[in-house]
Design a protein around this ligand. Structure first.
Ligand SMILES: [Zn+2]
Length: 264
């Protein structure tokens, strides 16, 4: 996996921006680091150069001060730096010239688990992280559905058509426990699809609203018990009634709140 970092800066010496500290705080995680140095009246270039790392890639830019309204100048400069990131980079960290990452969070950024409960297998994350031992991918899905073929996740749970709540929840919990035995991640990305719902038009599983919310709670509770933070995202949902899809997604948020408020 290739990790890039990037930032923009101008007149860092004059305005006393701790840009060198900012870059050094994330540099151990990066394979390369792009710094877009804007036209400066001081030796910002020399300051960045003094980091003395082969990972640093400096590009020189000229800030367009006529578009300062709404921060457009910063947006344009950010784009320039981002474009200079190597095209084969898998991740890109943007750190501002006055931000730092505490080293105690380096681990949290290094190992993650993706728990994908969309009815369709998580082929994207499976393919992207196939060779990456720092990211564990778990997908529970309908076996007889898109995509075909399925690139292997670290843990794939392919379910039969028409699988109902209890069978689904048992399979998910077993898979989750198996996965957490293999890796204790510092962060879990939870992809909570609404499409395992029994009335979904693209899905062939048979979960109810209650079953789906139990699913959410199951993932959140296992994470909470182990002190693993969870980032939850929406995923597919194609219920005949749009309100049903919305309800399932809202239920995920409610489950997250409930579990967060539970006494440990
Ligand atoms: Zn889907």
């Amino acid at each position: 996996m290739k990790v890039s970092g990037f930032t923009i800066v101008r007149n860092a010496v004059r305005f006393d921006y701790p840009v060198k500290e900012a870059i050094l705080s994330i540099l151990p995680l990066c394979d390369e680091f792009v710094v877009a140095v804007g036209n400066s009246d001081d030796d910002t270039f020399g300051l960045i150069n003094s980091i003395g790392s082969g990972k640093i890639k400096i590009i020189r830019t000229v800030w367009d001060d006529t578009v300062r309204d709404g921060g457009r100048t910063f947006a344009l400069e950010t784009d320039k730096a981002f474009k200079a990131v190597s095209p084969d980079a898998d991740w890109a960290f943007y750190i501002q010239a006055d931000e730092v990452i505490h080293e105690k969070y380096h681990g949290a950024i290094r190992t993650a688990m993706v728990v994908d409960t969309d009815v369709h297998q998580g082929n994207g994350t499976a393919a992207i992280f196939g060779d990456d031992a720092s990211v564990f991918t778990l997908s529970i899905h309908q076996e007889n559905n898109y995509p075909m073929p399925k690139p292997p996740s670290d843990e794939d749970i392919g379910l039969a058509d028409g699988t109902r709540d209890q069978e689904y929840l048992d399979a998910l919990e077993k898979g989750l426990l198996r996965s957490l035995k293999k890796m204790t991640p510092d962060l879990i990305f939870y992809v909570g699809g609404a499409d395992p719902y029994r009335e979904d038009q693209l899905g062939g599983l048979a979960l109810t609203f209650e079953g789906l919310q139990k699913r959410d709670r199951l993932v959140f509770e296992h994470a909470r018990r182990r002190g693993i933070p969870v980032a939850s995202t929406l995923a597919g949902g194609y219920a005949r009634r749009v309100a049903d899809t919305v309800r399932i997604h809202v239920n995920t948020i409610v489950a997250a709140r409930d579990v967060a408020l539970q006494a440990l």
